[in-house]
Each structure stands twice: as C-alpha cells, then as structure tokens.
Design a protein. Structure first.
Length: 445
C-alpha cells in the first residue's frame, strides 16, 4: 500500500518540541519555501513540489504519493477556500513553518520542518481547528476579573505568564496548580472557543480554593527548549516552581497545596509529586496511564472508523502510526536503531524519558492522597484502558478516589452520543460538578 502523509484527524495529543529560534533571514526563506511547496500542490505540479523536499521527506513522499494525499483531501474536507499566511515555529528541535489551510468543511495545518541546508525534510498535516486561536500577543490577554467571591491578578511563573485566582476572605486557603496536557497551551487551556482551565479556576476560586494557572512553556517560550528536551524541561520544572511560588503566599495554607493535572499532565504528575515532599496530593483529570505513543494509533483508528467508512488515506494513516509506534518501541527496548520517523516528529530523547515513566507505580509509592476524574465520553484517554490501568495500579493505595462522568468528554465538557472532535469546536463550559467534586475532596484533606 502506498504510504500517504500522516493526517492525524482531530488528534489532540500533539506535542511539538520547542528548541531555540532561527534567524529572521532563515525564517523568511523558510516561509517562501513552504509557500512555494503549497503553490505547486495547488497547481497540480507534484514533481515540482517533490523537488523542494530533502532527506527523509524526499524519500517518503514521492510525486505520486503527494498527488494521492493532496487530492484525497477535498472529498473529505470540501474544496480549499483560503490559505492563511504562514508563521514560523519549532518542530522536533528544528526550524519550522506552519500554514493554516481552510477547506470548506474543516481546516488543516501544514507543518514543514527544515534541515540545516534550509530544505524541507519533514512534512505533516494535522487538524488546525484544535490549535486555534494561535498564540496571541501578550496585550491580547483578557484582563483579570474581580467578583464578589474572588479576584484575580497577574502572577508570573518564572518567564511564563500566569494568573492567580484568589478567594475573598481572610484565609489561609487550600490551593492548586493547574498542569496542562500535551501540546502548546495557554494558561486557560484554550481549545477552539473553550477555556477549560479558566472554567476550573473560576469554579474552584468560588469554592474557596486558590488557583494558579500559567502558560505552558511550549506556548510562547518554546525557544528556551533544546532538541533533547524531556518532560523535565517541558513541564516538570515549571510545575515545581509554580508550587513553590504558590506555597509562599500568605493567603495560602502551605500544608494544603495540590497539583491538578490534565491528560499527559496526569502521566507526569507523580513525578512532580515525588520532587516535592510537602505537596498535599494529586488530582488527575483524564490522566494518561500509558506512554502517549501507544495511545496515538488508537485515537487515529477511532477517528477513522467512527463514520463506518475507512478511506485509503485513513488506512494509510493508521498503518503509518502503528509502524512508527512499533519502531520506536523496538528502539527503546534496545532491539533496533533509532527510527528515522518518530511519532509526531518528536525527538527520541523525549520519548525515551516518556517510556521510562511508570505513573501508577510511582503514585502508589508516594502514598499521597489522589482524586482521579474521568469523562466516560473521552475517546483519547479512555475509561476502558487508562482509567482501568489506574484502578489496577492503585488498588493498594491508602487514599485514592475515582469519579466518572457519563456525559463528559476529554476536556470535561458535556455532550451526547458517540464522542467526536467536532464538539470541541462548539462553545461550552466545564461541568460545574467537576470543580465542586475537586473542592469537596480538598475540603476533606
């Protein structure tokens, strides 16, 4: 079967690595190259587009494969109606360009990675709608709010922007730090029109809990990361700094500071807790219980099969994702050389650190109080696989509680019927019961 470009339809677990930046001149040249490549695809000049590729991309995406992939998009997404200006980023530790392609039904982001010769050596298509809005300028951040129950103020976490939600009253109050899942994310956890971290912060602050939320390092500070960055660099160090800053506030009960972590954040939360003996406990929201590279092919398969029709492109995407998972796993076991293509283009160093994590075992060894919340309509981190692994791994835990919500999805937004990524694009709010359950659990500890 011909290999197609890996189209990760509505995949949320996207985690581009973010090392240092390129020069302005390089950025301009890369933007031109990406634009020329897309111009040739649109014109049907697949040989010309192939001529712009180099390295692995040139070998993997021959003209016929480019043709098959590009011409398979309009039947599924509608005609291409708009191509947004490209913007520079970092992909897998190298310079990159991202271009939003708006088809009639859905938007796709074309990602180009460049080698040291300034040539395109990596190429991906991913859903654009799940990455908007794009990182705003700092002046576009919403102003802090003030209500009868709580107030907010800016509260940086090192070089990252942050917001502190503070209940009104004398205190001291219990407090939580919100830790993101995978992918670039602002302090509100913005996904389409929804802001689940902001909803949680307001809901908890209204119930007497101090909340610190901050921009993830891959949001606007990706240039501070090296190509060999691991979870320590991407998330752990910043979360620990946030905990220390929060604990030092006079309004905070320093014995009752907790980490509330979502998705991939739940996978690394036990590592965070192991580094801070004074942490009061962990709250996992749809916490991933297995390596992310194992979950990716399952998500792709679910999305491809949910309409009952698997296209050639979707079949190729499933096979490619499975192949990348297996090659990476074999390398991490010491049975094969480093794969040429890794899941999502993330460097092997990150995946090696990721695979060495044993979240349930580490959490059990800590013995700290834990609350695990899970939406039953979550197709990304599932009740049948991830929550089951947590239940089994924490069977001997002295203080672990589980709560599931039949109508909620991965972001704890309500919905009905089979779960689907389109519902992330509809404006909604995190179910208030989630904040109520977290606050009640904190009140018992």
């Amino acid at each position: 079967m011909k290999r197609a470009l890996l189209l990760l339809l509505a995949l949320l677990l996207v985690l581009p690595a973010g090392p240092g930046g390129a020069s302005v001149g390089d950025d301009a040249a890369n933007l031109r190259s990406a634009g020329q490549f897309l111009d040739r695809l649109v014109a049907g000049d697949y040989a010309g587009a192939h001529a712009l590729l180099d390295g692995p991309a040139r070998e993997d995406y021959l003209p016929d494969q480019l043709k098959d992939t590009w011409e398979a998009l309009p039947p599924r997404l509608g005609p291409l109606v708009l191509r947004r200006p490209g913007r520079t980023d970092r992909l897998g530790g190298r310079p990159g360009v991202l271009v939003r392609l708006e088809f009639e039904e859905k938007a796709v982001e074309a990602r180009f990675r460049f080698n040291r010769r300034g040539r395109i050596d990596g190429l991906w298509l991913v859903p654009a709608d799940l990455r908007v809005p794009l990182p705003p300028a700092p002046v576009d951040a919403p102003p802090p709010v003030s209500t009868a129950l709580f107030s907010e103020r800016d509260f940086p976490v090192g070089d990252l922007g942050g917001t502190l939600s503070l209940p009104r009253g004398a205190g001291p109050f219990p407090a939580v730090v919100l830790v993101h899942g995978s992918g670039p994310a602002d302090r509100d956890g913005t996904i389409g029109p929804n802001k689940p971290f902001l909803d949680l912060a307001y809901g908890l602050a209204e119930r007497g809990v101090v909340v610190l939320r901050y921009d993830k390092r891959t949001w606007l500070r990706a240039s501070t990361l090296s190509p060999e960055a691991t979870a320590e660099d991407v998330q752990v160090r910043d979360a620990l700094r946030a905990v220390r800053l929060l604990r030092a506030l006079r309004e905070v009960d320093d014995r009752r500071v907790y980490v509330v972590a979502h998705s991939l954040g739940g996978y690394i939360a036990p590592r965070i807790a192991a580094r801070d003996d004074e942490l009061g406990g962990l709250v996992l929201l749809a916490g991933l219980a297995r390596p992310m590279y194992e979950a990716i092919p399952e998500q792709i398969r679910y999305l491809a099969q949910r309409d009952g029709l698997v296209t050639e492109l979707e079949r190729a995407s499933m096979e490619e994702a499975g192949r990348q998972r297996d090659e990476l796993a074999a390398h991490l076991r010491g049975e094969a050389p480093a794969p040429r293509r890794t899941p999502l283009g993330i460097p092997v160093a990150y995946w090696r650190d990721h695979a060495d994590t044993r979240p349930a075992q580490e959490a059990l060894a800590l013995g700290k109080p834990m609350l695990l919340l899970q939406g039953e309509r979550d197709y990304q981190v599932t009740v049948d696989t991830d929550l089951r692994l947590w239940r089994e791994g924490l069977a001997g835990h002295p203080d672990a509680r589980f709560i599931t919500y039949p109508a909620l999805n991965h972001f704890f937004l309500p919905g009905a019927g089979p779960p689907n990524p389109e519902e992330y694009r509809r404006e909604s709010r995190v179910d208030p019961q989630v904040a109520a359950d977290i606050a009640a659990w904190i009140g018992q500890h």
